[in-house]
Design a protein around this ligand. Structure first.
Ligand SMILES: [Zn+2]
Ligand SMILES: [Zn+2]
Length: 83
């Protein structure tokens, strides 16, 4: 398990203790179970783990908090903006 996966597993336990359904149309983030979601015309996303789920095609991206770069879920992001 990567650090990221451990972090998400911990968030999932915290955000979704009753193991409710997650993902599209459930109102919960697929990765961390949070209900703290935003949405606009072309995408929705999670304010908790910063994953963005574009609507229309299933290709979720993660947005870096610091540099706002979008990257793939399985991609490692080494942030140059991080102190
Ligand atoms: Zn999330
Ligand atoms: Zn970054």
């Amino acid at each position: 398990m990567t650090t990221d996966q451990k972090k998400l597993a911990r968030l999932m336990a915290l955000n979704n203790p009753n193991n409710e359904p997650v993902g599209h149309f459930t109102g919960r983030c697929e990765r961390c179970g949070s209900t703290d979601l935003w949405d606009d015309a072309s995408a929705y996303g999670c304010n908790c783990c910063n994953t963005m789920y574009p609507t229309g095609h299933l290709d979720p991206k993660v947005i870096c908090n610091s540099c706002h770069t979008q990257f793939e879920l399985d991609q490692d992001h080494t942030c140059s903006e991080r102190p």
